[in-house]
Design a protein around this ligand. Structure first.
Ligand code: ACO
Length: 335
């Protein structure tokens, strides 16, 4: 038995926050943000809109587009670093409940921006082992809830949103996920972290005053490692599968920074048509960014059945990963 990605869906909150909006909040400019990151605007969830709510909306779209009903789904995996609750219940369990699905395997994955690729790897393994048939994978983030809006080095980067996909069992080799690489090096954990509210620094007055429950990032160091690691990772996965960069129809990288995406794309000599870019519209939505970007090209009619996709992500942990797969879903007929 093999695993195929059968559908994609996404949800973005209504509220748009532009670079200009930050100029009155912190010492920054639209020009700095645009030039250094490629970000123009990002979406911000409503106060009463949780990570699970966005995940549910994206999931409903993905299940519908896969031609399935919620009861056909036998496992739900949610990748997130902004779960509804710190420890329990998992956001996947909350999503399962909101979708009306009980008696289902459901759990979260914490791999920061690489979360969606980790979730894809887990779905593939469960399906290939014969344990599951239809796995719903979700990347959902309300990063606005864990951003320090007085820290200009991080607050301008992140946005909210969710993406979801259905991965199903197939016997067709042409539809199957070709390969996935997922990796981590915990020695660099301090480059990107939320230091507070875990067991090491439990919630306290100090944790609140020093905003230790928000994301802290050594951006420039992370940038250099990201470019190096992502480039070698995509080269390795292509070599391992005896494929060339020209055979990739859509390169769908994690949308953290236009300069990182360009550096990796240039190293592979990819054309502009091959590279999917949504960072300008949505900023960095961590685990949601790859499925949101995939959904954009599906909805615009660019992503067709059988197209070869190369996914690629890097994030806190540090974690990184890449995936080679054909799109095995129905084409978009709504233009
Ligand atoms: N506005 C104006 N100036 C700023 C801002 C801002 N918003 N932010 C930082 N600066 C300043 C800095 O203070 C610094 O000033 P100094 O020279 O006086 O000290 C200067 O700009 C340059 O700062 P750098 O950090 O060197 O800027 P850089 O070009 O590296 O861009 C950025 C910063 C955008 C964060 C980049 O390093 C980056 O994208 N890093 C990688 C992010 C990433 O991929 N993270 C992993 C995924 S995220 C996840 O897993 C949740």
């Amino acid at each position: 038995m093999r695993a195929a990605l059968k559908s994609i869906g996404a949800y973005v909150p209504q509220k748009v926050m532009t670079n200009k909006d930050f100029e009155s909040m912190v010492d920054t400019t639209d020009e700095w943000i645009s030039k250094r990151t490629g970000i123009k605007e990002r979406r911000i969830a409503a106060e009463d809109e949780m990570t699970s709510d966005m995940g549910v909306e994206a999931a409903k779209v993905a299940i519908h587009r896969a031609g399935l009903k919620i009861n056909d789904i036998d496992m739900i995996v949610c990748a997130t670093i902004s779960p509804d609750y710190l420890c329990m219940p998992s956001t996947a369990c909350v999503i399962a409940s909101k979708l009306g699905r009980t008696n289902v395997t459901a759990f979260d994955i914490s791999a920061a921006c690489t979360g969606f690729i980790y979730a894809l790897a887990v779905a593939k393994a469960f399906i290939e082992s014969g344990m599951k048939n239809n796995v719903l994978i979700i990347g959902a983030e309300k990063l606005s809830a864990i951003v320090d809006y007085t820290d200009r080095t991080t607050c301008v980067l992140f946005g909210d949103g969710a993406g979801a996909a259905v991965v199903s069992a197939t016997r067709k080799k042409s539809e199957a996920i070709t390969d996935i690489h997922v990796s981590a090096d915990g020695n660099y954990g301090d480059l990107l972290m939320t230091p507070g509210c875990g067991v090491k620094n439990p919630c306290s007055q100090k944790v609140i005053e020093e905003k230790l429950c928000t994301m802290k990032m050594k951006g420039n160091e992370t940038f250099k490692i990201a470019v190096r690691t992502l480039t070698s990772d995509v080269v390795n996965i292509l070599n391992d599968n005896e494929m060339s960069a020209e055979e990739i129809k859509h390169f769908i990288p994690h949308q953290a920074n236009y300069r990182i995406i360009k550096a990796v794309g240039d190293a592979l000599k990819l054309t502009e048509e091959q590279v999917v870019l949504t960072v300008g519209k949505y900023g960095n939505t961590s685990s949601a960014s790859i499925p949101m970007a995939m959904n954009e090209i599906w909805e615009s009619g660019r992503l067709q059945y059988g197209d070869t996709m190369l996914l690629d992500a890097f994030g806190g942990g540090l974690t990184w990963g890449s995936a080679l797969l054909p799109f095995a879903g129905e084409p978009n007929t709504v233009k």
